[in-house]
Design a protein around this ligand. Structure first.
Ligand code: AMP
Ligand code: ZN
Ligand code: FE
Ligand code: FE
Length: 273
């Protein structure tokens, strides 16, 4: 079958602005044949999305985006074809999400110490079912008038080196890759073009990732070619998508602009353990 796939999408189960249903409707209108919703540390969108996908004739690949630490750098990994009901995977995700709640509390404390009267309950309420993160804190800061924009919240307070930054609990690539594999899935390095040096990239390949995200909005055409060659050189798989956040990053037009051929999915399926 011809057609195209967008394998990197965030929903309201992490920091995306759209529900699974709204994402599928939009994907339909933009002639996308297969999607993966890859929420941060959360599989909550998957069963609903798969069911809607069957009704709307869009293939939905179960996915996840995980943050790991490699050589002191935070790197994102994408897992595809996971079984969302896998026990160990769910325990792992539950632990990460509860660490995120503790981290949100520490970030709020730091902001309070800077005389920004923010409340953790407020931030958690904003996150709703989602894994709570800096985006929800940034939104709360904007909403309360402490910063003029979402980006400013990050630049002034929430990024490394800034006064309210708190690291996430470090997950090793090895653990993430193993758990994704045990849940039946394949692991890809997400958006390597966004500040990944080659030592880190090679380290992750050595740890056993199955592939690399080749197509991503942050990748120039030259980088896309570079990662495509790297994939071929190391006999890896290639993936790609829009990293769509449903408009939260002014990215409403991105869905449908960053796709890979539908046939890439059969290649991936052929590599499933
Ligand atoms: P967290 O998982 O809580 O560390 O939050 C990470 C998310 O925050 C990323 O996926 C982005 O959506 C967002 N983010 C990180 N850095 C920035 C930045 N400098 N500007 C805007 N958004 C950012
Ligand atoms: Zn995100
Ligand atoms: Fe990411
Ligand atoms: Fe993402």
């Amino acid at each position: 079958m011809s057609g195209r796939a967008d394998l990197h999408i965030h929903s309201t189960f992490s920091d995306g602005a759209l529900s699974p249903e709204a994402i599928l409707t939009l994907a339909r209108s933009r002639d996308i044949n297969a999607i993966s919703i890859t929420d941060h540390d959360h599989t909550g969108a998957i069963s609903q999305a798969m069911e809607l996908g069957r009704a709307m004739d869009i293939e939905v690949i179960p996915g996840i985006e995980l943050s790991v630490m490699e050589q002191g750098w935070e790197v994102h990994l994408l897992g595809y074809f996971i079984d969302p009901s896998h026990d160990e995977l769910q325990h792992f995700l539950a632990r990460i999400r509860s660490d995120r709640v503790k981290r949100a509390e520490r970030i709020v404390q730091k902001l309070n110490a800077l005389n920004l009267p923010l409340r953790t309950e407020n931030v958690l309420e904003r996150a709703g079912a989602a894994a709570v993160g800096r985006p929800h804190i940034a939104d709360a800061l904007v909403n309360d008038g402490h910063v003029g924009s979402y980006a400013e919240a990050f630049v002034r307070y929430l990024t490394p080196g800034k006064p309210a930054y708190v690291e996430k609990t470090a997950v090793s690539p090895r653990d993430a890759i193993r758990i994704v594999a045990e849940a039946g899935g394949l692991t890809f390095i997400a958006h390597p073009g966004a500040a990944l040096d080659s030592e880190v990239l090679l380290g992750l390949i050595h740890e056993g990732v199955d592939g690399i995200e080749v197509v991503h909005p942050s990748h120039t055409p030259a980088l896309v070619r570079y990662y495509r060659d790297l994939v071929a050189h190391y006999f890896l798989l290639g993936s790609g998508g829009s990293d769509f956040h449903g408009g939260r990053r002014n990215d409403l037009d991105a869905l449908g602009k960053y796709t890979i051929p539908y046939t890439a999915l059969s290649t991936m399926r052929g590599a499933l353990h």
